[in-house]
Design a protein around this ligand. Structure first.
Ligand code: SF4
Length: 341
């Protein structure tokens, strides 16, 4: 799995007023990639492709360089107080990905070059809550590590929060391209998390992302660089032999991680869920998927804005929670489970 390189790049003309916009323009001018211009990162139209299926795939390998105009951050419970918006969209092709519904007709990847303004807005949020700690989640709308070898925005953010008194940064990734982040001056203020899963889930539902083995090796490097480390097991998905699949995942994590990585470790467990609109989009974008999306087999949970989601039935949910918790305690007795949802 090579680091992502876009096949098509768009620039908002105003993005070139920022140093990062200029840098990115130079970077891509030195490659064969096609460069186009767009008045707004929200208005990229006419992507190549004869039908929606092709256009969706082209979009996932298109990078749009723009300016983040809204500097009001969304909340990001339960893992943090706020979502910090450095990028939107992802090059991965996880069938279950919630971005398919939240991004609708704009599945291309957007990176924002007004990084100083975004960080200043974060400072204001921190000041409002001080002396309480404010946590910022950088992966609510993208897999930020997946493009950071191109932008180094995350690296700047890690160093910014490293210097802050009351701020903490967190993000999660399925990519192993972390080398440029290892020497960042993080001061222990960034929790670097990897998304992990049973082999079956990675094999059938996570194309276009790094293999588990590579994610674990990257987690080892990150831990040796002194970052607090975490794992998100998501989506926890029931399949034939799921207990064995998740047991082996924990066993491999334990066997392959260096000792440093086992200290100060957090886990987050998220069971698979889907909404009706998500089901429609998944079936359109990945028509051959084996992902089980049968409402009859699930429990309906009312959600915000009237859109409920389908989660596992109560007994299954309890079984998942207890089983994974036991595995975590067996292999990582000092780890902390932050939440199960
Ligand atoms: Fe979505 Fe994460 Fe997969 Fe990217 S890596 S497609 S953000 S689930």
């Amino acid at each position: 799995m090579k680091p992502f390189e876009p096949k098509l790049v768009y620039f908002e003309p105003n993005a070139l007023d920022y140093p990062l916009g200029q840098q990115l323009k130079k970077r891509f001018e030195n490659t064969d990639v096609e460069i186009r211009y767009t008045t707004s990162h929200n208005q990229v139209r006419n992507l190549p492709g004869d039908n929606d299926f092709q256009k969706y795939r082209v979009a996932k390998s298109t990078l749009v360089v723009g300016i983040r105009k809204t500097l009001k951050f969304d909340t990001s419970k339960p893992s943090a107080e706020y979502a910090i918006p450095f990028a939107t969209g992802c090059m991965g092709h996880c069938h279950y990905c919630y971005l398919q519904t939240t991004m609708g007709s704009k599945p291309y990847i957007r990176t924002y070059v007004n990084v100083d303004e975004i960080l200043t807005a974060a400072d204001e949020y921190m000041a409002e809550r001080a002396p309480e700690i404010t946590r910022f989640e950088a992966s609510c709308t993208s897999d930020i590590v997946g493009i950071d070898h191109i932008t180094h925005t995350l690296k700047r953010a890690i160093e910014h929060f490293g210097q802050s008194e009351y701020g903490k940064l967190r993000f999660v990734t399925k990519f192993h391209h972390v080398d440029h982040l290892l020497d960042a001056n993080h001061n222990g203020k960034t929790r670097f998390r990897f998304s992990v899963n049973a082999d079956y889930v990675i094999k059938f539902f996570e194309p276009g992302t790094s293999r588990l083995k590579d994610r674990i090796a990257a987690a080892g490097k990150v831990a040796r660089a002194g970052y607090p480390l975490g794992f998100i097991v998501a989506p926890i998905y029931l399949h034939d032999g799921w207990q064995q699949g998740y047991y082996e995942m924990f066993e491999r994590l334990e066997a392959e991680l260096p000792i440093e990585a086992k200290k100060d470790l957090t886990f987050e467990f998220i069971q698979h869920r889907f909404t009706k609109p998500a089901k429609r989009v998944i079936e359109k974008n990945y028509p051959m998927t084996k992902l089980e999306l049968d409402e009859e087999k699930r429990r309906y949970k009312w959600g915000k804005y009237g859109i409920g989601k389908y989660v596992y039935k109560k007994e299954e949910e309890e079984d998942i929670k207890e089983t994974l918790y036991q595995y975590m305690v067996k292999f990582f007795p000092e780890a902390k489970l932050e939440y199960f949802t």
